[in-house]
Design a protein around this ligand. Structure first.
Ligand code: GLY
Length: 316
């Protein structure tokens, strides 16, 4: 199993089922459901940060390497487990994606309950953001302390991403994966990120391996990041090299984009944001890579069971 750092509790809960020969998609979905339901994780599902209207809109997708099928939901509201709804899209329809109101109605038709996902803590952070946005509107600036301390600091522009990804290789050599998120905090209503886009926030191929991403979704979409990694694995690259090659592309693509959006680059010419990829091949080789900085990712293998390992940054 390989995935984002916040997948560790789920890997600990599901590692035995993988060792016992369980289906990789069952293990991946059960792993991420723990974080979807965790009100203390501010980046996924319940407790996540809402869009600019204060409404929680979630993105999720899953893919099964054995059947080469996928399902996704995007901008879905009031559903606790969008990863399970993505699986229903895959298994119970002839579609790959259902977004917005239709995704909610589809989930309800399969018995998923209507759930309020905006916690009081997240609502307070959102209203503080809204009150801080402009001195040209009629909302007064939010009270400073102690309110600000009590409910956590507001994420900066490039800290507003958070997601969970999990890829699994079964004892029978099958791969599957899922990615799920509440997406970018304060996003424009209806924005759908990479987590719902097969090829961007996740991809697997039963002949090759599995990959997924967290971080700036627009960069994963514009690089077709997860699909590109799988194609490099297919050509014989090791997971870490495949990941770094796609990250190098993202750096070059961002430098071109910065011609019209300079804030995408820091003063030193490096991207101002981060993207992480989690990669697994059919030989059981894995990697966690990122653009820059120190971070962990989660892995579980026969050598050491579930644990955190260090992301290998491209740029140090
Ligand atoms: N990677 C999560 C998002 O950008 O929505």
């Amino acid at each position: 199993m390989v995935g984002s750092a916040n997948a560790l509790p789920g890997m600990e809960a599901n590692w035995e089922s993988v060792l016992a020969g369980g289906h990789p998609l069952d293990a991946a979905i059960e792993t991420v459901k723990i974080v979807e339901a965790d009100p203390n994780d501010a980046s996924v599902g319940l407790g996540g940060l809402p869009n600019e209207d204060g409404v929680m809109q979630l993105d999720a997708a899953c893919m099964d390497g054995e059947t080469h099928n996928s399902g996704a939901v995007g901008a879905i509201e009031n559903i606790l487990h969008p990863c399970e709804v993505a699986r229903l899209v895959m298994e119970r329809t002839d579609h790959c994606q259902i977004f917005g109101e239709g995704a909610y109605r589809f989930a309800r038709s399969h018995g998923h309950p209507h759930t309020e996902l905006l916690t009081e803590k997240a609502r307070r952070r959102w209203i503080r953001w809204k009150e801080s946005m402009s001195d040209q509107d009629d909302r007064l600036p939010p009270p400073k302390e102690p309110e600000a301390e009590k409910h956590g600091s507001l994420p900066t522009r490039f800290e507003r991403h958070g997601t969970i990804h999990c890829s699994v290789l079964s004892t029978r050599g099958q791969v599957a994966c899922t990615t799920t998120t509440s997406g970018l905090a304060w996003k424009i209503p209806g924005r759908v990120g990479d987590s719902s886009i097969v090829g961007a926030g996740l991809y697997c191929d039963g002949e090759v391996g599995s990959a997924g991403s967290t971080g700036r979704g627009e960069a994963a979409i514009l690089s077709c990041g997860s699909h590109s990694i799988i194609e490099l694995l297919r050509q014989g690259k090791a997971p870490i090299d495949a990941g770094h090659e796609v990250l190098e592309r993202i750096v070059r693509q961002t430098q071109r984009m910065a011609q019209w959006q300079p804030s995408l680059l820091k003063a030193d010419g490096r991207p101002a944001f981060n993207v992480h990829f989690y990669i697994l091949d059919l030989r059981g080789r894995w990697a966690g890579v990122g653009l820059s900085g120190h971070a962990n990712f989660a892995v579980a293998d026969r050598d050491g069971g579930p644990r955190h390992e260090k992301i290998v940054p491209l740029l140090g």
